[in-house]
Design a protein around this ligand. Structure first.
Ligand code: UDP
Length: 328
């Protein structure tokens, strides 16, 4: 079997590549290295079943030939994070929407058998119900969430019109080794681990009682592989979560160390919590890694974050100016 992973040098993509290689697949990676790093896959340097191409997913002509003979596509390449999506909506639209059509067309022309799309739970905005199921209203709060949801609609539309076998996986707060370390202020794990290494206090938003459905990255990769093996989920959208929701205070307790408090950001939910009944039913998939074990795995590799920016209340306030300006 041959798989193609877009964004395969990124955080989630690189774990998908690990799993596919472990299962005996030949793997083609397309990554433009904008946030992905080749070093995320350097442990496979000697593996002849892996080939990595520095290409942009929007370059439809340039990537077309890489889809020849591919059985499964895992489309993870995207621009992430909230703040830069508010500052650069055109760039987000290009990567997350135009890039997605480009992948769909390349897959269609090459008769790919399955396409798995990394959708985002951010489409639910501030949900009315917890745990939140796939039928909850779609209410994106910022351009990143909107572009990922439009990409999802393209995936489903190509299934309806062209009968392309697509499946959308709505990931909830993915964390784990190799989560992004550089650039903009982003997901809480990278922020806290860099603070821990630097001996700085954790910048807890609000009072830290808000909760997130922190889902370990290897559980995400397992779910995507299971989806690609099943016909039951073609043309479907499925939540992928941990089956639990954990407070930021609990995360701090597991990491250990001092805290400082920063203001609550507009548009952020007090809770994210996936209803995973559907994926359990369709795939028989179960999350395996608890927050306790996941945090331990990250602490074992904490050196990965040694060059990451160290955030504090002042530089966070500066970095999130547009967030407060436009979303309040
Ligand atoms: N968070 C925090 N301090 C930070 C960054 C984030 O306490 O410096 C909290 C944030 O309020 C949220 C959780 O961590 O409850 C996850 O935030 P992240 O930005 O990773 O994901 P999202 O808010 O998009 O779910």
């Amino acid at each position: 079997m041959k798989a193609l992973v877009t964004g395969g040098c990124g955080f989630i993509g690189s774990h998908m590549v690990d799993l596919l290689l472990e299962k005996g697949y030949s793997v083609v990676v397309i990554d433009n290295f904008s946030t992905g790093r080749p070093s995320n896959l350097s442990h496979h340097n000697d593996n002849e079943r892996l080939s990595i191409y520095e290409k942009d997913i929007c370059d439809n002509k340039g990537i077309m030939h890489l889809f020849e003979g591919v059985d499964k596509v895992f489309h993870f390449a995207a621009l992430a994070d909230i703040v830069p999506s508010i500052e650069n909506p055109i760039g987000y639209h290009q990567s997350n929407v135009d890039g997605t059509i480009s992948i769909l067309e390349a897959a269609k022309k090459n008769n790919v058998k399955r396409i798995i799309y990394a959708a985002s739970s951010s489409c639910y905005g501030i949900p009315d119900e917890y745990p939140t199921n796939e039928k909850a209203p779609i209410q994106p709060q910022y351009p990143y969430a909107l572009t990922k949801n439009i990409g999802e609609q393209y995936m489903l539309h190509w299934n309806e019109i062209y009968k392309l076998p697509t499946t959308c996986m709505r990931f909830f707060n993915v964390y784990g080794p190799r989560s992004r370390t550089s650039g903009t202020y982003g997901a809480v794990f990278g922020v806290f681990l860099a603070q821990k290494l630097n001996g700085s206090p954790y910048t807890v938003v609000g009072d830290g009682t808000q909760t997130r459905d922190f889902t370990f990255v290897t559980d995400i990769a397992d779910a995507c592989l299971a989806a690609s093996d099943s016909d039951a989920c073609i043309g479907e959208v499925m939540n992928v979560g941990s089956g639990n929701t954990y407070s930021i205070n609990r995360l701090v307790e597991l990491l250990g160390g001092k805290v400082t408090y920063i203001p609550k950001r507009p548009g952020e939910p007090d809770c994210t919590f996936a209803d995973i009944t559907k994926i359990r039913k369709l795939l028989g998939w179960e999350p395996k890694v608890s927050l306790e074990d996941g945090v331990k795995a990250m602490l074992d590799q904490i050196d990965y974050w040694k060059d990451a920016p160290v955030w504090n209340p002042e530089n966070i306030s500066e970095a999130t100016k547009d967030w407060f300006k436009y979303l309040s």
